[in-house]
Design a protein around this ligand. Structure first.
Ligand SMILES: NC(=O)c1ccc[n+]([C@@H]2O[C@H](COP(=O)([O-])OP(=O)(O)OC[C@H]3O[C@@H](n4cnc5c(N)ncnc54)[C@H](O)[C@@H]3O)[C@@H](O)[C@H]2O)c1
Length: 258
């Protein structure tokens, strides 16, 4: 087995333990890979356990330390059990990335499907709160830590047809700020990242015309790659971001600057 160069020299996250939701795909998977490259032990949690296992195997093959777990972030028992398992596997949790998320149908508010509303709020907002709740308990035991939550450009803007997604992401930003204030004096930092559109399965399946319109919303003329968002997340988890808490960090190719 070839050891990954960054894992071999320890990287800047050596000795740190990270719990990542939505780690089987997209931004969560890219973040897990980058943290492992930089020396962290990573617990990859996803409702799609096979996907989490496949990313975990790839990280392990490159010399990283990784564990796969099944979690349904909308279910309190599942969240508590996954975080306890991750903590037991790696000896605690001091970093967390809450990236599990879903979208729904595009429908006007007056006709919005009620089941879709409840699912999106349950996964994107209640799920994120449940994860933070148990992650923070673990971090308090370690005497410090850092959390990054996934918001979106829809955390501060509307999008026609996306009432539930926009409401959930506005909620993520409020929850991030409130939790940051709760733990600011305890050495635990809580921030959010708000990406523009990112090339992941979450936004696949659109017609070529719709894809073109999405690209056109970004002044840089393209959407992001997951690894670009992971770089910002990993910076916010690092000691170099020690004075940054309670804030939302855009990575949106100029979307919000217009
Ligand atoms: N892709 C984008 O354009 C974009 C833009 C802004 C913000 N975001 C946000 O970034 C985060 C990651 O999105 P992505 O683009 O990587 O999506 P993705 O679909 O590639 O990955 C999301 C992962 O979350 C998992 N998941 C879904 N429901 C879950 C549940 N109940 N419990 C546990 N895991 C669950 C999925 O199985 C999947 O592996 C989401 O919160 C999303 O809202 C994405």
């Amino acid at each position: 087995m070839t050891s990954h160069p960054a894992a071999a020299d320890g990287g800047s996250f050596a000795g740190r333990m990270a719990f990542i939701t939505g780690a089987g795909s997209g931004i969560g998977a890219a973040t897990a890979r980058l943290l492992a490259q930089r020396g962290a032990a990573v617990a990859l949690a996803d409702i799609d356990e096979a996907a989490a296992r496949s990313v975990t195997a790839d990280i392990a093959e490159r010399g990283g330390q990784a564990t796969a777990l099944r979690v349904d972030v909308g279910d309190v028992r599942s969240v508590q059990s996954a975080i306890e398992q991750a903590s037991a596997a790696h000896g605690g949790i001091d970093l967390a990335v809450n990236a599990a998320g879903i979208t729904g149908p595009l429908q006007p508010c007056g006709e919005y499907d009620l089941d879709a509303w409840h699912s999106i709020i349950n996964v994107n907002l209640t799920g994120l709160f449940l994860c933070m709740r148990f992650e923070l308990q673990q971090m308090q035991r370690r005497g410090g830590g850092a959390i990054v939550n996934l918001s979106s450009i829809m955390g501060s803007n509307g999008l026609a047809g996306a009432v539930a997604y926009a409401a959930s992401k506005h909620g993520v930003e409020g929850a991030t700020k409130a939790a940051a204030l709760d733990y600011a004096a305890s050495g635990i930092r809580v921030n959010a990242v708000a990406p523009g559109y990112v090339d992941t399965p979450l936004i696949s399946g659109r017609t070529p015309g719709a894809q073109e319109r999405i690209v056109g919303m970004h002044p840089v003329g393209r959407i992001a790659q997951p690894g670009e968002i992971a770089e910002l997340i990993v910076f916010l988890l690092s000691p170099q971001a020690g004075f940054i808490t309670g804030s939302v960090h855009l990575a949106d190719g100029g979307y919000s600057a217009r």
